[in-house]
Ligand binder design. Sequence first.
Ligand SMILES: Nc1ncnc2c1ncn2[C@@H]1O[C@H](COP(=O)(O)OP(=O)(O)OP(=O)(O)O)[C@@H](O)[C@H]1O
Ligand SMILES: [Mg+2]
Length: 366
Amino acid sequence: MAASQNEDAFVEFERVQKSYDGETLVVKDLNLTMPKGEFLTMLGPSGSGKTTCLMMLAGFETATHGDIRLNGRPINNIPPHKRGIGMVFQNYALFPHMTIEENLSFPLEVRNIGKSDREAKVKRALDMVEMGAFGKRRPAQLSGGQQQRIALARALVFEPELVLMDEPLGALDKQLREKMQFEITDLAHRLGITTVYVTHDQTEALTMSDRVAVFDDGRIQQLDAPDTLYEEPQNSFVAQFIGENNTLEGTVKEIRDGIALVQLDDGELIDCLPVNVSKPGERTRVSIRPERVEFNKERLQAGAHTLKAEVMEFIYMGDIFRTRLKVAGNDEFVVKTRNAPDQVRLKPGEQIEIGWLPQDCRALDA
Ligand SMILES: Nc1ncnc2c1ncn2[C@@H]1O[C@H](COP(=O)(O)OP(=O)(O)OP(=O)(O)O)[C@@H](O)[C@H]1O
Ligand SMILES: [Mg+2]
């Protein structure tokens, strides 16, 4: 197996495939390179192959095809406990019969670290997750969030260079989850730990990560920084999966000077950014974010395209207004507008004109 060609790569998947039954590939041609210290999240629907990728990296599953490298070297033949990887899973299995201190000491004992060193490291790990006062308790005497923090401390206590986390916050309530999200990224960045994090919560992925790999059907659909994923989705799956999105269906009429002219199914012609359409006649889904649509005539920018719309619903949400419209046959078209003093308030049944800039309207795959 070849060593890495890329000096900056800390974690590498190269052409990795995985099949459990020898027939269907649940991971199809995965390519991924992470530099040291990166916080990368694998985000995707259930069954898209996220845990499988983590398990291969951890060494609990082997790749059917391809190479996985850590620090430039293939890891296929290194057993899990020799990979120096810390792990946190959704059902954090702390040892119930051991105290918290003993739970944290265990990974150090396995690595033959001496007693006084162990005690110092356990204390530091507990302080790090603000659980210093709980060392003598047993897991059952802690709340879910506290157990989760101990699981995190246990994954970090032996100072791994790489930490893998599979839905570690899934069982926690919203408030605690948000606090832990911050604690995890803060720790990872402070200690320079490279992290692969798995979730199917897109907010969590967007707020925590340096980059997000959006998985679907065993493939990475897009790998980018959070803002790029949201602003520049490369296909319809990503546009729909990340954030709220409006789609209008149509056919490409022509592509010229970086603009695609699309005929919507109700006959209207609009200008779009050709993202993954390539020729006239192709079917397309046009994607527009709810906050990029303007229905205040005075605020419509020069060059904006306008379309007729019917108001279906107008909801006051405090900081924003959420308007549901019927546009080109789609009655689930949502517009979000900031609650400003001059913002128009609408009533169901009103006929209005809406507009957006061509660059905010992306022609994607149908
Ligand atoms: N041990 C196994 N044996 C056979 N098939 C498996 C095994 N583990 C996972 N699979 C299958 O592989 C596919 C990918 O599963 P995986 O657990 O990687 O998905 P996931 O993205 O982590 O999903 P979730 O969000 O539900 O945890 C699924 O179709 C699943 O049924
Ligand atoms: Mg999973």
